[in-house]
Design a protein around this ligand. Structure first.
Ligand SMILES: Cc1cc2nc3c(=O)[nH]c(=O)nc-3n(C[C@H](O)[C@H](O)[C@H](O)COP(=O)(O)OP(=O)(O)OC[C@H]3O[C@@H](n4cnc5c(N)ncnc54)[C@H](O)[C@@H]3O)c2cc1C
Length: 337
């Protein structure tokens, strides 16, 4: 979904000023943009990707999400569209296709420069960079079939209607893809190296009740086909026996190698690959807050619903930096309606 207020498509040397700069237009950054507007701030949102929505839009737009408060089941892209619409109340300036490269302090705020040379100054920054840029972990065999039947994303599941699909992996993504494709594909087989799946129990129960054929503990031994994927040879890790499956598509859902990129060099106190924050979501750098997957503290759970709460916490706690008259207590969005 294109954003209504997109500007600054990025000739180098542009300069913008806002009350708040948000780095990362994933679900958490988008909600933070809405919230900043609700608190009366002007806001600029930077994202390295060309579309807002972070992991939801880039990695699983067609998948259903079941744990957004108040919405029993919703397509990830629909959540993103709703967040963009909600954020539009704040009239954010989006700088999409811009990687935030450096962070400096100014006399009364911060300045972030993007890889295109655009400089954004603000009173405060909120980093919602998620897992940074993400690339899929490759399948150990069959890489020559990439884009010829072997894929790591399924942005449009309908393309696999009537196909024989082999999904590889044992985590949430693999199980969710298998379930999402089951009603569309002719057959879905799920191959996992371990006997147990690492996915949500509810999804695993759905999987076991579905027509998805389970191969555990098995691995993909070989992919073959003249021009594109036609057959997948599986090997049992218990007996060493092999079995051939007819296949039009192999979906490798083995997780992602995440790269924090420039954010890792901004001098934050880190907890592993995450930015350490206190209970107000403040980082170790003055005027810089963090929320969502990238922020870490004792007891952290990396979920969208948690990130939404963190966004509200961060924006309310940084509000006095933008304007001391604002205070940290927001009032209710329904007040005065
Ligand atoms: C397959 C899959 C299924 C999932 N299902 C669920 C689910 O059902 N429920 C749930 O709660 N969670 C789920 N998640 C996790 C959920 O998607 C994340 O918790 C959520 O996306 C985190 O949001 P975020 O805004 O913090 O980060 P992200 O969504 O990762 O967005 C961060 C954004 O920051 C940008 N960025 C990073 N570095 C820079 C930089 N230097 N400059 C500019 N931009 C930058 C990235 O391009 C990205 O767009 C799932 C994840 C996957 C992969």
């Amino acid at each position: 979904m294109r954003t209504e207020h997109e500007t600054g498509s990025g000739s180098g040397g542009d300069a913008y000023d806002s009350d708040l700069l948000i780095v990362g237009a994933g679900p958490v950054g988008l909600y933070a943009a809405y919230y900043a507007g609700f608190r009366g701030m002007s806001v600029t949102v930077i994202d390295a990707l060309d579309e807002p929505g972070g992991q939801m839009a880039a990695l699983y737009p067609e998948k259903k999400v079941y744990d957004i408060a108040g919405i029993p089941a919703v397509k990830a892209q629909d959540v993103v569209n709703a967040l963009v619409e909600q954020a539009s109340q704040a009239k954010p300036r989006y700088l999409l296709g811009h990687t935030a490269q450096t962070l400096e302090h100014t006399a009364d705020g911060i300045a972030v420069t993007t890889h295109q040379g655009t400089v954004v100054t603000a009173k405060a920054a909120l980093v919602t960079g998620g897992i940074g840029s993400f690339t899929p972990r490759p399948l150990p065999t069959g890489s020559e079939y990439e884009n010829r039947g072997l894929r790591y994303f399924v942005p449009k599941p309908a393309e696999l209607t009537g196909a024989d699909v082999v999904v590889v992996g044992g985590g949430d993504s693999a199980v969710d893809w298998a379930l999402a494709l089951e009603p569309l594909a002719r057959t879905v087989s799920l191959v996992h190296r371990r006997p147990r799946f690492r996915a949500h129990e509810h999804s695993v129960r759905q999987l076991r009740a579905s027509s998805v054929r389970l191969y555990t503990p098995h691995e993909v031994h070989r992919i073959s086909g003249e021009n594109c994927v036609e057959q997948v040879e599986l090997m049992s890790l218990e007996t060493g026996a092999t079995e051939n499956l007819r296949a039009d598509a192999v979906v490798a859902a083995l997780g992602f190698v995440a790269n924090l990129g420039p954010l890792a060099t901004w001098g934050f106190e880190m907890r592993g690959r995450h930015i350490a924050v206190d209970r107000t979501m403040r980082t170790s750098r003055p005027r810089v807050y963090a929320a969502g997957d990238i922020a870490d503290y004792d007891g952290k759970v990396a979920l969208i619903s948690v990130g939404f709460g963190e966004a509200a916490l961060a924006v309310n706690n940084l509000a006095p930096l933008v304007d001391p008259a604002l205070g940290t207590v927001p009032g209710h969005s329904s007040d005065g309606q």
